[in-house]
Design a protein around this ligand. Structure first.
Ligand code: ATP
Ligand code: MG
Length: 565
């Protein structure tokens, strides 16, 4: 999957949507215009699946010199909220895209949709049904058994228009009446069996307030909204394939121009070790299984941003997984691979010791301090260098020292030499232990001629190990949040048990007592760096100079405790 050559090859060939678009352009369809849209329902925060759809829709518009709208599909006031609207706009922009013109809302079209509903009634294509929704559902039939016609199906046009207007005027309670299209109760496509067009909901809408107490259904809204906006290619996920005949049928009944938007379906993104449905993600937030929608363990765009994933890495990921016609599951480690690749190029290196043990250089002058010059990013010279203070007492990682080390241990042990990154070669001499036998201090000597970059012979001397370190006197304490998979099952969604059964109890580990070089203080929330030899870490949004908190973005190598290596 991460094999470079296959990625390059797949890049060259067009996906089936691009092939279709190129064919449409060649045939002069819609005067060669390409206009897509991203149509989120503002009932949750965007997740990585939405990011795929965003990259597809905005990406196609960019590639073919077209336009892409952002349209909120806000026809269900029960679950919608401005908080979601704002976060969605922020996420789309953060991913690197800009919608064409103003933001659109399906609710902007409520007047037009209402007029179209009346048109359907007047044409004898829609009727008001007095039955309860359970009754209607019980008459629906099955794919092989035709449905039963409603006893209200043959109301007169006059009666229907009168009742529908009174529905709008608020004369009826929720669920008392419903507007249905006169489809075909025997159709093999269940969606064509007298689908619901409008339902009564006495609820305030986040944009239209109390103007309406009837709201159009998704199917009666989406195609017409596409039409109003001049959309040419309406891309949606495979579960809408069976809705396509209805999408076209409404337009055929309402529109007499040649121009039509066209719906094409593609496979949704499924990612291993996570759930993607907004309803389930909301459940995790509301029941405090996670901090919030932007908890760094969440598969949301805001969670990934907070964790330190970059927009570029997500775009590259979307590109690598491509667009398919059949549903599949993508291994989350591919996403992490993309993040690692991108951060390797972009993240400055810093030295942070997460589990410190003190190391004393006995032959280094007590009051001496030096500044060691190191590259910020060896992958990118333009990032320059910085200076790190060095002194007699430093911290190293506790597991970088072993008293009785096996032969293959290339870190520090007694009588062995290692280089301190960007500084001197030191040699283990002795240890100090507490009453329980734990090492409290390591004593070493240093080779004063071996300073990195000093040009001396000793500075070129090769030793097996290189350790990161922090001068104790200058060290800045940091807290680190280490994340593992949120779920400990590869597919928490499709099981017999509730998906929450598979929540990983060890998905968050807070590591206190880390010590970092002083440059750490210059970082701002959402900045990501590499802690040398440890991984990539991002300053948490709630981090303050007095309480510096990092989120571990990804480890340096793919090595999670759960899941595929
Ligand atoms: P969810 O099932 O998570 O609630 P949804 O489909 O109801 O998602 P919408 O807000 O309606 O969420 O989705 C907006 C757009 O994003 C739609 O065009 C939808 O097809 C697309 N989309 C949603 N989930 C995915 C996914 N996993 N992969 C690709 N596209 C997706
Ligand atoms: Mg939806």
């Amino acid at each position: 999957m991460t094999d470079k050559s296959t990625i390059e090859e797949s890049k060259k060939s067009l996906n089936f949507i691009e092939l279709k678009i190129e064919e449409d352009i060649k045939n002069g369809k819609n005067e060669g215009r390409i206009h897509t849209r991203f149509p989120p329902e503002p009932n949750g925060y965007l997740h990585i699946g939405h990011a795929k759809s965003i990259c597809l829709n905005f990406g196609l518009a960019k590639k073919y010199n077209g336009k892409c709208n952002l349209r909120f599909d806000d026809t269900n006031p029960v679950k919608e909220d401005v908080e979601y609207v704002d976060s969605i706009m922020e996420d789309v922009k953060w991913l690197g895209f800009q919608w064409f013109g103003d933001v659109h809302y399906a609710s902007d079209y409520f007047d037009q949709l209402y007029a179209w509903a009346e048109k359907m009634i007047l044409a004898g294509k829609a009727y008001v049904d007095d039955q309860k929704s359970e009754e209607i559902a019980s008459q629906k039939g099955t794919p092989t058994v035709p449905g039963k016609e409603s006893p209200f199906r043959n109301r007169t046009t006059e009666e229907n228009i009168d009742l529908f207007r009174r529905m709008k005027a608020g004369e009826f309670a929720d669920g008392e009446k419903i507007l249905r299209a006169k489809g075909d109760m025997a159709s093999t496509n269940m969606h064509m069996r007298d689908p619901i067009m409008y339902r009564i909901l006495h609820l305030e809408h986040h944009r239209t307030g109390n103007k309406w107490c009837i709201y159009p259904m998704y199917d009666f809204t989406h195609g017409q909204s596409d039409y109003i906006e001049g959309i040419t290619h309406s891309l949606c996920t495979l579960e809408f394939e069976n809705h396509r005949p209805l999408y076209n049928w409404y337009l055929d009944n309402l529109i007499d121009t040649d121009y039509r938007p066209e719906q094409t379906e593609f496979a949704r993104l499924n990612l291993s070790y996570t759930v993607m449905s907004k309803r389930k993600l909301l459940e995790l937030v509301e029941n405090n299984y996670v901090d919030a929608w932007d908890d760094p363990r969440m598969p949301t765009v805001s969670g990934m941003r907070r964790r330190g994933f970059t927009a570029e890495a997500i775009r590259v990921f979307a590109d690598k997984i491509g667009i398919a016609k059949r549903n599949n599951v993508i291994d989350v480690s591919l996403l992490e691979f993309c993040v690692r690749e991108d951060l390797n190029k972009k993240a400055d290196r810093l030295m942070t010791v997460l589990d410190p043990v003190k190391l004393l250089i006995t032959n280094y002058p007590e009051d001496k301090e030096e500044l060691m010059t190191v590259d910020n990013n060896p992958e990118d010279e333009s990032r320059g260098t910085r200076e790190i203070p060095f002194s007699r007492e430093i911290y190293i990682e506790r597991n970088d020292f072993m008293e009785d080390a096996p032969k293959k241990f290339f870190r520090l042990s007694l009588d062995k030499e290692v280089r301190l990154k960007g500084a001197y070669i030191i040699k283990g001499e002795s240890v100090v232990k507490d009453a329980d036998g734990n090492i409290t201090e390591i004593h070493c000597t240093y080779d004063a001629d071996s300073k990195s970059g000093s040009g001396t012979e000793a500075s070129q001397r090769k030793v097996k190990g290189t350790l990161h370190w922090v001068s104790a006197k200058h060290a800045v304490p940091v807290k680190v949040k280490q994340y593992d998979r949120l779920f400990n099952h590869e597919a928490p969604d499709g099981q017999d048990e509730d998906f929450k059964t598979f929540l990983n109890p060890d998905s968050l580990k807070i590591v206190e007592g880390g010590m970092a070089e002083p440059a750490i203080k210059n970082l701002k929330p959402y900045e990501t760096v590499q802690f040398q030899r440890q991984g990539y870490f991002c300053v948490d949004k709630n981090s303050t100079p007095d309480d510096i908190v990092f989120n571990r973005t990804v480890t340096l190598k793919d090595g999670w405790s759960i899941g595929k290596k």
